[in-house]
Design a protein around this ligand. Structure first.
Ligand SMILES: [Fe+2]
Length: 336
């Protein structure tokens, strides 16, 4: 993946108007090098574009999401909104602005934004599922769990899907719902059926770290062990995903299993030193937050209240109006 994105960057130095390469480069940085690399690339490329070029709006969408992942929320919102002004069906730009609302805890604005734009998504591909997932995240933070489950069943996991993004939407949402004390019925079982088919993929560490959630939650011990063995083999091979699997995905999978088997202290021991390396998996800050939540919960359940308190204070500083963070912070304080 790194070599591929290096080649694409070479192409873009000479051909910054190759919209397909711009988009693929951005996608690959997203799963390899993170927000800073995305912003560096898209900032250079966007300078070669102007309003008169077809696809300019789509390039703004790419740039907006890069700015957001690099933490430049104000600029991301402005650039993303301009792209949506140009084309209100541009779901990538819509999604970039949605991320700003998510990161800043502007849940009601996020819901209003997506309520206005979701009618435009008819005929678009499965990326609309991921954007519905974001809307469900806002409702989750607002405690509207019935709406979240309705979105799960009717918008972003209508039918079982083998697409890794569809799957990660569903798995991460069930995991978060359970942290809110919501009865999610037998939904893990449907996901575990899909995950079993991917137990030996070892293609994208980000996906693997989601597949294991369903296997562990649904008690598919055989498939879970098959997956751990497959990942251990993959970790010994060459390439960036092998390194990420060794450094991040395998420990995350082991921590996930430990949590599901009631060994919170063990999970906390694995997750605590890993917390500043999880970004190497790729994916967005919003997506990776499921592992940040996992660590905080493992510390609380392992009765390591001082560590939990410190991390939850950090979490509250980054996003003040999260009821979950406040509830867990109170739990840590009570424990102390
Ligand atoms: Fe997203």
């Amino acid at each position: 993946m790194q070599q591929t994105v290096d080649h694409w960057e070479q192409i873009l130095l000479r051909y910054p108007h190759d919209a397909l390469v711009v988009r693929l480069t951005n996608f690959m940085h997203f799963y390899t090098n993170g927000g800073a690399a995305m912003r560096q690339s898209s900032s250079r490329v966007i300078g070669a574009w102007d309003e008169d070029r077809p696809d300019f709006g789509y390039m703004l969408g790419v740039h907006a999401f890069s700015l957001e992942e690099a933490g430049d929320y104000e600029a991301a919102e402005a650039v993303g909104k301009r792209a949506v002004e140009i084309n209100d069906k541009d779901i990538w730009a819509t999604h970039a602005v949605t991320h700003v609302f998510e990161m800043q805890g502007r849940h009601d604005e996020g819901v209003a934004w997506l309520d206005r734009l979701s009618p435009k998504w008819e005929g678009l591909n499965n990326f609309r599922f991921h954007t519905w997932w974001h809307k469900a995240l806002f409702h989750l933070e607002n405690g509207e769990f019935d709406v979240v489950l309705a979105h799960y069943d009717q918008q972003f996991w209508v039918a079982p899907s083998d697409d890794y993004l569809d799957f990660s939407n569903a798995a991460a949402m069930l995991w978060r719902l359970e942290y809110q004390g919501v009865d999610i019925g037998d939904r893990w079982s449907g996901l575990a059926d899909v995950a079993e088919r991917h137990a030996q993929d070892a293609v994208l560490a980000f996906a693997d770290a989601h597949f294991i959630m369903a296997l562990a939650k649904d008690g598919r011990v055989e498939a879970q062990n098959t997956m751990l063995e497959s990942l251990a083999r993959a970790a010994l091979s060459d390439g960036d995903q092998a390194r990420v699997t060794a450094r991040v995905a395998l420990p995350l999978c082991r921590a996930t299993i430990a949590l599901c088997q009631g060994r919170a202290g063990e999970a906390a021991d694995i997750l605590l030193p890993l917390r500043d390396h999880v970004w190497r998996l790729g994916g967005s800050h919003a997506q990776r937050d499921v592992w940040a939540q996992m660590l905080c919960r493992a510390l609380l359940d392992g009765e390591r209240f001082a560590d939990a308190h410190a991390l939850l204070t950090q979490r509250a500083a980054a996003k003040a109006n999260s009821p979950l963070t406040q509830a867990w912070l109170a739990e840590a304080e009570a424990g102390l």
